[in-house]
Design a protein around this ligand. Sequence first.
Ligand code: HEC
Length: 162
Amino acid sequence: MRRLLVVLIVVMGCTSWGADAKSAPKAKVAAAKKSLGAPTYLGPIARQLLKQRMARHGRDMMALVQSVLFLDRDTVQRLAGEIATEPRLTRPIAGGEDDLNASLPDRFFVLQDELRSRAQALLEVSKKGDDAAMASRLGELTQTCVACHSAYLEPAPPPSAP
Ligand code: HEC
């Protein structure tokens, strides 16, 4: 239960993702950031491409929290399944150094895989009808969202950097 509350606090803080803004106090909505922010190492075209791929996550997450809360296991399975099977960006290939993929930190790809496996884990416990485990898996999925946003905005310097 405590973990579920933590998840709620984390997710509900981002009211701009589509929560019922009318019921929240005005000042709080205005203070909430509406997007992740820009890293310094990517140009506007690369960012636009990523933004398009990533935009659905916020909407899915709000619906996912709600479905876990109300023990709507069918919807949890559908949404977790969508996250688990969405197309991923491929790791950079030799000769493609100018591609968007090559400019992203390696950890981005690690976390992209982790997102898939954690969504899959959530799907499986919801099939079993294990509500407590569903709350825990949702918490772990949220950790991956945050970890990737953090790695994306502030990638670790490459090993050769001074
Ligand atoms: C593999 C890395 C990665 C993972 C994992 C990830 N995100 Fe993101 N997310 C991004 C990137 C990159 C952007 C785009 C940032 C930009 O605009 O430059 C983004 C943007 C967003 C946005 C803002 C979209 C917009 O319109 O500006 C939301 C909301 C979001 N993510 C939610 C989530 C949620 C919820 C999860 C977990 C279910 C998640 N993300 C998991 C990388 C990730």
